[in-house]
Design a protein around this ligand. Structure first.
Ligand SMILES: [Zn+2]
Length: 483
């Protein structure tokens, strides 16, 4: 629209309505439905909180995806929306306007606004816009009897004032409103706060849960055990940083601890939809991976076990679990495999040869003999697109063998290999010249067979500056090598 274009009748009407501070429910009840979306947008972005409150209470459509408009909204605007819901709840008689079923606070694009924006732009007449079209855009949890409030929660370290305001409001209304959260991320909050949050929401709606405790002990995690089992539609679960600080007598694990761990893990058998499982720094996984995998109800797409201390029996369970045979992503970085027999990993790779797309074995500290065992299976993983082998001990000879045997993997995109052992001197310091020469040679050899896209070789992390030298698109040396 150019600067000269006169405002449409709709715009003029909206401006008049927004100027009217006395706009109340009875006036809104008479307002044609087609005015609502555009007027609400204007009221919200212009922070006309009285109008926002009145419009929420009189909203004539089944869904109000207000979160899509609130990406930068302030506390006052949120309070106005929530106050509008309160008024809606208090209205004894819901006229034709009283159709609101879902208030969606998720800050995601919502088709509802696009449909109405098209209508305003004249792509179709607002008057003829079929309400069915809007209803069709509603998610599956809508179109039911009681008001649902949908929100995604990302609570990092502490609650900000808008989160605190919403949760306080929700806590007081959990009897009259159904609160649903599809995506919940909680980092480093006290366990009593997490329990309060979980008590507000209907847990069966949670599809993605990330609990990063930043050094929690098992006792705290156990307080969440009853909640986990209720999340029956959980597709994605990430648990991180559970340390051992309780139950320990000397070096012996007590029976009580064992019982608690088993009880926690047994909840996994209630997660019928789980497809992506990530466990980072979970000390109690040692000697319990078999139980975890045995509890899986659906085939996993992603298995991520990182910074964990696994036993041989844990590793063995990887080759025995049919629920892993369709894995697309396997991440075992920072799991020390040096002293383990990798045959089960080899078997797993053979089993997932048709599906595996990414493999991360960074910092597993494996050596040539391990690599030799894995190469035949790796060469069959036809879908592999991303691999990382940084921080392992491979000689030039075996690294070359790996590259030759995986040269036919046409989908390969990002490849990260460790600098061959021959690049280090007797004291473990890198020889920049040798590093550059050997890596350049290897990339040239590979180019003769296929075109690598993002290939890099990296040294171990330098003990002096904490960085690594990387040879990829060019040479990037660690800070001390640059001097
Ligand atoms: Zn350095």
């Amino acid at each position: 629209m150019s600067a000269q274009t006169p405002p449409t009748l709709l715009k003029l009407a909206m401006q008049a309505l927004l100027r009217d501070e006395t706009l109340d429910m009875s006036a809104l009840d008479k307002l044609p439905m087609v005015f609502f979306p555009a007027l609400f947008k204007e009221a919200l972005t212009g922070r006309h909180t009285t109008t926002v409150k009145a419009m929420v209470a009189a909203w004539p459509f089944p869904c109000l995806p207000v979160g899509a408009l609130m990406k930068t909204a302030d506390l006052e605007t949120l309070q106005a929306v929530l106050a509008g819901v309160d008024t809606w709840l208090q209205r004894k008689f819901h006229s034709r306007r009283g159709k609101l079923q879902v208030l969606d606070l998720r800050k995601k694009h919502h088709e509802f606004w696009s449909i109405w924006a098209d209508a305003e732009d004249g792509d179709c007449s607002a008057e003829t816009l079929d309400e069915q079209q809007v209803v069709k855009a509603l998610p599956r949890y809508a179109l039911r009897q009681h008001l649902k409030v949908v929100a995604d929660l990302w609570l990092m370290y502490c609650l900000n004032e808008k989160q605190a305001c919403f949760l306080h409001w929700a806590h007081q209304r959990k009897g009259s409103i159904q609160f649903c959260c599809m995506e919940m991320k909680i980092w480093a909050l006290p366990v009593y706060v997490i329990r309060e949050v979980l008590n507000v929401f209907h847990l069966e709606y949670i599809e993605e849960l990330e609990l990063n405790m930043l050094s929690w002990d098992l006792l705290k995690l156990l307080q969440l055990t009853p909640y986990l089992g209720q999340m029956r539609n959980l597709r994605k679960l990430l648990l991180a940083s559970i340390f051992k600080t309780v139950f320990l007598i000397g070096n012996r694990t007590t029976d009580r601890e064992e019982k608690c761990v088993r009880n926690f893990i047994s909840q996994f058998s209630k997660l019928n939809c789980l497809q992506h499982l990530s466990m980072n720094g979970m000390y109690f996984l040692r000697d319990h991976l078999k139980q975890v995998l045995g509890c899986l109800m659906a085939p996993l797409e992603t298995l991520s076990i990182t910074s964990c201390n696994l036993s041989q029996s844990d590793l063995n369970s990887l080759s025995e679990c049919p629920k892993l045979f369709q894995l697309k992503h396997l991440d075992m970085k920072h799991v020390g495999l040096t002293s383990l027999d990798l045959r089960p990993l080899q078997i797993l790779l053979e089993n997932v040869a048709d599906t595996l797309q990414s493999l991360d074995l960074k910092a597993c500290w494996i050596s040539d003999s391990h690599l030799t065992m894995l190469i035949p299976a790796l060469s069959k993983c036809s879908q592999l697109a991303n691999v990382s082998f940084y921080d392992n001990y491979f000689s030039m000879h075996n690294l070359r063998k790996l590259l030759q045997h995986t040269a036919n993997l046409s989908k390969m995109n990002v490849e990260q290999y460790p600098a061959p052992l021959e690049c280090y001197d007797e004291l473990g310091y890198i020889s920049t010249e040798r590093f550059t020469q050997l890596c350049a040679e290897e990339i040239d050899r590979l180019r003769a067979i296929r075109q690598p896209k993002y290939i890099s070789f990296a040294t171990l992390i330098c003990s002096r500056c904490g960085e690594r030298s990387v040879y990829g698109q060019g040479l990037r040396l660690c800070v001390c090598q640059q001097r």
